[in-house]
Design a protein around this ligand. Structure first.
Ligand code: HEC
Length: 189
């Protein structure tokens, strides 16, 4: 056997071994590399209710937790959105003002946050008209022309606190309820 033949034999053996190794175990496909973070949540929906928005999304098995970002203006980014950490779907977001709210959700795994989900938005409703009818119209007339002058949150709070005209009975109205009454009052003139 000369050197040349040994070389050829060795090369053939090496090729056979490499072929075997390549086919060994996993059927030839290399193991997929793990993504650095968890995937962004999908199926994010926002549904407006009275003084609240309900957010929901599809749970992700690998996620440790979720973070909601929201804003009432666009663009919504991780940098400028208001964060709500540790949220669970469905999440009830309490809001006071009837307007459009924009959201996206991220998943968190090992302290690393996913990319933002697709954005969802909705308009929340409020019950200002109903609150006025129940609590104010009996003494102050219809919503179109209230008989009081101070249409501000502070003015109404002060009138209730001072029990003006017996308004002290309204002390159980929450700040949100008063804010929603202010929303529907005709503007100053
Ligand atoms: C039980 C009757 C009664 C109810 C109910 C009532 N008010 Fe009054 N309110 C009065 C009277 C009477 C005055 C004027 C009394 C005074 O000036 O001393 C007054 C005064 C006020 C004032 C201050 C005066 C002004 O003109 O700015 C505001 C503001 C006001 N009311 C808002 C409201 C709102 C809003 C509601 C409902 C959440 C309400 N009130 C419910 C009887 C009532």
């Amino acid at each position: 056997m000369n050197i040349q033949r040994i070389k050829i034999a060795a090369t053939a053996l090496l090729s056979a071994l490499l072929l075997l190794a390549g086919c060994g175990g996993g059927g030839g496909t290399p193991a997929p590399t793990q993504p650095p973070t968890v995937a962004a949540p999908t199926g994010v929906t926002a549904t407006g209710g009275t003084n609240q928005v309900t957010l929901a999304w599809n749970p992700i098995n690998e996620a440790d937790s979720y973070t909601i970002y929201w804003s009432s203006t666009l663009p919504l980014t991780k940098a400028n959105g208001t964060r709500i950490e540790g949220a669970v779907s469905p999440y009830l977001h309490s809001v006071t003002v009837s307007q459009t709210y924009y959201y996206f959700v991220t998943a968190v795994k090992n302290g690393v946050e996913s990319e933002p989900s697709a954005q969802a938005s909705t308009v929340s409703a409020h019950n200002g008209e109903a609150l006025y009818a129940t609590n104010c119209s009996g003494c102050h007339g219809p919503l179109a022309a209230p008989t009081f002058h101070d249409r501000t949150f502070a003015g109404i709070k002060a009138a209730i606190a001072a029990n003006r005209g017996g308004m002290g009975v309204l002390s159980s109205l929450t700040d949100t309820e008063i804010a929603n009454i202010v929303l529907v009052l005709p503007n100053h003139h």
